[in-house]
Design a protein around this ligand. Sequence first.
Ligand code: HEC
Length: 145
Amino acid sequence: MMKFLGTFALATALAGAGLAHEGVKNEAVKARMMLMDGVKTATGALGGMAKGDVAFDAAKAGAARQALIDHAAAIPAAFKAPEMDPKSTALPAIWENWADFEAKARSMGAAAEELDTSELEWLQAGMGALGGSCAACHKAYRVKK
Ligand code: HEC
């Protein structure tokens, strides 16, 4: 059941993203959206392997895990300034609850660190927590589309 819920959360986090940052004028907003796109790429690579859509490759999975750890660490700096753009889906609540926002970024980093990318079944076991960490932050701090 937990695994099912986690997979669902992950699919929700990845759905409907597209190239939303196209046409964004505010450079700081564009940069944080591109950071999130990097998060999506790494998560998608891991998710594809976990679901069996893509052959498992421990080296690629390890690189994606490291990218997620690095991206999670970069989230606070990328979002610190309360910049806005008509195309942004960030909610002002981020800057009203900054400590919580940072904590949610740390949770994502921790979920990525906990991923064991040496074997497919361990990767699969950790994906639910990773997807849950995306969903927890998006639910509170991102406009629902
Ligand atoms: C600490 C909070 C936080 C975490 C954790 C987080 N996100 Fe985000 N994410 C956001 C916010 C806020 C936005 C909206 C940014 C904007 O539009 O200005 C966003 C936007 C996105 C976008 C859209 C980017 C674009 O070009 O518009 C994608 C894709 C995305 N996140 C994927 C993920 C995935 C996958 C995870 C989990 C591995 C994740 N995010 C974890 C806060 C978070």
